[in-house]
Design a protein around this ligand. Sequence first.
Ligand code: SDX
Length: 371
Amino acid sequence: MDEVKKGLEGVVVDESRVCKVDGEEGKIWYAGYDMDDLARYSSYEELLFLLWNDRLPSADELDEIRGEMQERRSLPDGVADLIDREAARTGPMDLLRTSVSALASYDDTPNDLDDPTDRSLGVIAKMPTIIARAHRARQGDDPVEPRDDLGHAENFLYTLHGEEPTAEEASAMDSTFILYAEHGMNASTFSACVTASTLANVYSSLTSAVGTLQGPLHGGATETVIEMLEEVGDPSRASEYVEEKVSNKEKIPGFGHRVYETVDPRCAHFKRHIEELNPDSELLAVADAVREEVEVRLGDKGIWPNTDLYAGALYRELGVPTPFYTTLFSASRAAGWSAHVAEQLDDNRIMRPRVKFVGETGREYVPVDER
Ligand code: SDX
């Protein structure tokens, strides 16, 4: 019993049908369907249905979930006011986490766990609205009210910029929602499941997950990658940058993964959309140059590009402000979080691991005036 698995490396906590990640081959399957196919041909709304129901929707079912998302994307006044009041002084991920939590106040029965994916849908439909409103409030711009005749990704860009995106931009945005939607038992999903395992409500599970994704070792890397690419500045400086990081034994954002032993398959899709929108993307050129240098210096250590290396460069092409990249990752990953929460509740047992105690025991208490 006493072997410590730091970071829970290699620990299998449960069985799941939601996602298979093959780290050796660099492949991902969402409920049995190849992520490559879904990223090219599906939509985020369809993927939500798939992850929640373990099958693709019929045309009517797809229309129904699309309509449900459109009806539930507006914010309660109290949450809208919270965002307008706090956006100027609150970090985007802190404000998203607080807003998700605040949604519980507008649910008559927040602790009801009978239909967790229905409650999750109400949160997921609203997360892009929260993000766009927060950005515009930080800019001093009036909010753009969501429309009920646009798709999930399309409506996000509309409420962010105040104008409808092109079909290409909407498709690329929808692809980012699909690519970030689900990835097995990553840290933020595990956090959601631990919370759900105590039978806490869905708002608590999703709030736990948003808080967990924030860290730069996880979802926060989407932003630290851009800081890196802008620091490097030009492909010609990639070698010097990587050399310095490697010699200082510093981690390079956008690289490395607990599961992958090859390139993260999501990278190719992010790159594909960047090249379609802007073949001359400077961030893409720098990312590729850094990637070449890392593969030379750290390829034999099994350090490969992960999904965050290119995501930010695509968000940049879509006009998403850098401080909001991880909030979008959250809005997307809420699909996976909610699917795993539903699975957890279907066959629940409270998560309660052990620690190996290495401290002292049997110490005598001494009153403070005798110490
Ligand atoms: C995501 O889990 C998921 O599925 C996550 C995710 C998802 O979709 O949910 O895929 C999304 O979070 C992607 C990861 C984003 N994070 C980063 O890009 C931050 C940089 N990456 C590292 O911090 C790291 O690679 C992790 C956090 C991703 C993984 O950490 P591990 O598995 O605990 O690996 P480790 O820190 O123990 O490193 C093992 C070795 C070390 O060398 P040694 O001390 O053994 O000599 O690899 C080295 C590390 O120094 N290493 C790196 C490196 N990542 C690991 N060296 C340089 N640069 C890196 N990025």
